[in-house]
Design a protein around this ligand. Structure first.
Ligand code: NAD
Ligand code: FES
Length: 275
């Protein structure tokens, strides 16, 4: 069992859980993820790693309550425990001194991007970050991203803070005024597809962290299959990061919708906090 040592609501329907997992905290690197199961009959879901504390032996994950399992997870409190936690999974982000790197984060995707931005800054890069949310209440990790970046830009869909519009508008403006060596994007798939479209026109190497449906997280089940550069890849073992210009985003989005009906039924049957 893995004990929850702290819980916070970081934005409406966005929760942060800090979990006692000393071995994982020691081993995990920016860009990797975990798969958890709340109880023995629960489904396995992938979650991002938003914080690591080797001294305390904890990891922090941040998630949006969208379906049955994330809502159940959001009902747990400090002192509760989850039955399984597998990780760290996937390959860490390749951290090098690339020069000027733009980190683009959308919604809850900003949380895992923080550790990546911090590592890139520590490696000597000029880190320019752009974070976006539908409205200012949904912006997360603003202070953390400020610390991890040389410059931070904010965009909200409704204009309640920063640029009125998408993160990609800000990215376009930045590209027009300075040389960018690399772009990393984490967030909703539509955002990552839009980032890829912008940077492809300027031939800027762009890395995206994909979030398909996952089951085992070890390359056995095929649930996380994506097509990259015409080849089949398994996100859990070959990714989660891929060259954005080679990803078949349409196929990924279709596959993400595979169980939409079942997910809706499961959510309707799930009374909050009665798992
Ligand atoms: P959201 O829908 O509120 O979007 C966040 C921001 O992304 C927007 O404010 C906007 O700036 C940008 N964006 C959205 N659509 C865009 C478009 N068409 N063009 C350009 N920019 C666009 O995000 P949310 O509700 O927090 O949803 C988070 C999503 O991120 C979930 O689907 C979740 O599964 C996913 N996620 C992905 C990862 C990952 O590793 N890629 C990690 C965590 C969460
Ligand atoms: Fe099963 Fe990747 S989650 S192969």
């Amino acid at each position: 069992m893995y004990r929850i040592v702290a819980k916070k609501e970081v934005a409406p329907a966005v929760k942060s859980l800090t979990i006692d997992a000393p071995l994982l905290a020691k081993k995990a690197r920016p860009g990797q993820f975990i798969i958890i199961r709340i109880g023995e009959e629960g489904e396995r879901i992938p979650l991002t790693i938003a914080g690591l504390d080797v001294q305390q032996g904890t990891i922090t994950t941040i998630f949006l309550e969208v379906g049955k399992t994330t809502k159940q997870l959001g009902c747990l409190n400090e002192g509760d425990a989850i039955s399984d936690l597998a990780g760290p999974l996937g390959n860490p982000t390749e951290i090098k001194n690339y020069g000027s790197v733009v980190c683009v984060g959308g919604g809850v995707g900003v949380a895992p991007l923080y550790l990546v931005a911090k590592a890139l800054k520590d490696a000597g890069n000029e880190v320019i970050s752009i974070i976006g949310g539908r409205t200012k209440e949904l912006l997360i990790f603003e202070d953390e991203m400020q610390q991890a970046s040389d410059e931070l830009y904010i965009a909200t869909d409704d204009g309640s803070k920063g640029h009125h519009g998408f993160v990609t508008d800000v990215l376009q403006e930045l590209i027009a005024k300075q040389k960018i060596d690399r772009v990393l994007a984490v967030g909703p798939t539509v955002m990552m597809r839009a980032v890829a479209k912008v940077t492809k026109n300027h031939n800027i190497k762009t890395i995206v962290s994909l979030n398909p449906i996952m089951v085992d997280g070890t390359g056995m089940c095929g649930a996380c299959r994506v097509t990259v550069g015409g080849e089949t890849k398994f996100t859990c073992v070959d990714g989660p990061e891929f060259d954005a210009h080679l990803v078949d985003f349409e196929e990924l989005m279709n596959r993400q919708r595979t169980y939409i009906t079942e997910e809706k039924v499961a959510l309707e049957r799930c009374g909050r906090c009665r798992h």
